[in-house]
Design a protein around this ligand. Structure first.
Ligand SMILES: [Zn+2]
Length: 61
């Protein structure tokens, strides 16, 4: 886990956690792929600190 020195900009909490969400990506007419989005958000108020795309290789040509 993260040892965060980061602070929520909304409520000042330092408790953050992560969640993922699947994002389908259409690469071409025939091919569909996808990647997880990883959210890091404040455990107290839900403010999202960052969103990261897990699998960036599918976007590279
Ligand atoms: Zn917060």
């Amino acid at each position: 886990m993260e040892n965060s020195s980061k602070k929520c900009i909304k409520c000042g909490s330092t408790e953050f956690t992560e969640a993922t969400d699947y994002m389908p990506v259409k690469l071409s007419k025939m091919s569909l792929s996808g990647s997880n989005k990883i959210y890091t958000f404040c455990l107290d108020c839900g403010e999202v600190d960052s969103i990261r795309i897990e699998n960036t290789t599918i976007f590279k040509k």
